[in-house]
Design a protein around this ligand. Structure first.
Ligand code: ATR
Length: 272
């Protein structure tokens, strides 16, 4: 009998790399545990699964698209970070209570630090205002980025984040203008993801010292990243963020902290 379970819940979920990552760590620590992908088609299904998960042997769950916001409602208690971001990607069952946390900002920040950009970014442009954007804005603020600009195809969503986090909003049509003072460009849109159109972005004005992050994991090298590398920028895909956000999740459920960051990133690159 499996002693302890965890998993990732969302829809669609088939593409998630979390099961192979957590299963690698479960094996490395020799735990009697499992990590499953749970496909939940709607909020009712999500809430119903969550309400009985502790009885069903779950230590907790990762929450992904499209339930990160509604997960705030199901938690008995939210950490300060989850409240600040307004989204939960980690649920922890603790003595009958459900704690909602968010490790995406931590994951992004750890990924950003691994780039060791010189100079450290002071001005960043964030493309996209969907599910991933709030945690990234919070991470950039935590990392001391003073000027954060957000742009999104649908301006109303960018406006909401601009108000929530007191950051500048720019028009989607102007996303590649005035890039000469930008130290970090982050794509949080789904453009460039397998099956989606490419992101059209002219980086001519971007200083060569600027970093470029695309949080997409499939493909590992989007056209944006390939173009950025070709221009000499330090460029990073979404795998480091994915691994770093998973570390505190694993530790919260299973009491062991994985320390194989780089190897785990390579492992995902090779096995996805
Ligand atoms: P959601 O915002 O519905 O939670 P998401 O996957 O978290 O979905 O976010 C998708 C992001 O990619 C959004 O910023 C979205 O822009 P809109 O808010 O305007 O939809 C962006 N995106 C997706 N397809 C796009 C396209 N063809 N052109 C520009 N941006 C696009």
């Amino acid at each position: 009998m499996v002693a302890l379970k965890a998993g990732v819940i969302g829809h669609p979920i088939g593409q998630s790399l979390s099961p192979i990552l957590h299963s690698r760590w479960i094996a490395a620590f020799g735990l009697d545990a499992s990590y499953e992908a749970i496909d939940s088609i709607d909020e009712t299904g999500f809430k119903s699964f969550v309400s009985s998960m502790e009885q069903n042997g779950f230590a907790g769950l990762n929450v992904t698209i499209p339930f990160k916001r509604v997960a705030c409602e199901v938690a008995d208690e939210l950490t300060e970070t989850a409240q600040h971001i307004g989204a939960v990607n980690l649920l922890i069952c603790r003595e009958g209570r459900l704690i909602g946390d968010n490790t995406d900002a931590y994951g992004f920040r750890a990924a950003l630090e691994s780039m060791a950009l010189d100079p450290a970014p002071r001005r960043a442009r964030v493309l996209g205002a969907g599910g991933a954007a709030p945690a990234i804005v919070v991470a950039l603020k935590q990392a001391g980025v003073e000027d954060i600009e957000i742009t999104n195809r649908s301006p109303e969503k960018a406006m909401l984040l601009s108000d929530q986090f007191e950051i500048k909003m720019i028009d989607w049509g102007a996303r590649d203008q005035d890039l000469d003072g930008v130290d970090l460009l982050v794509n949080t849109t789904s453009l460039g993801m397998k099956g989606q159109p490419e992101l059209v972005m002219d980086m001519t004005e971007l200083p060569s010292s600027a970093g470029v992050i695309d949080i997409i994991t499939t493909p590992a090298e989007t056209a944006l990243l390939a173009a950025a590398r070709k221009r000499g920028h330090t460029a990073l895909n979404g795998l480091p963020m994915l691994v770093h956000q998973a570390v505190p999740s694993f530790e919260a459920w299973f009491g062991h902290r994985p320390h194989d960051g780089e190897l785990a990133i390579r492992f995902l690159e090779q096995n996805k």
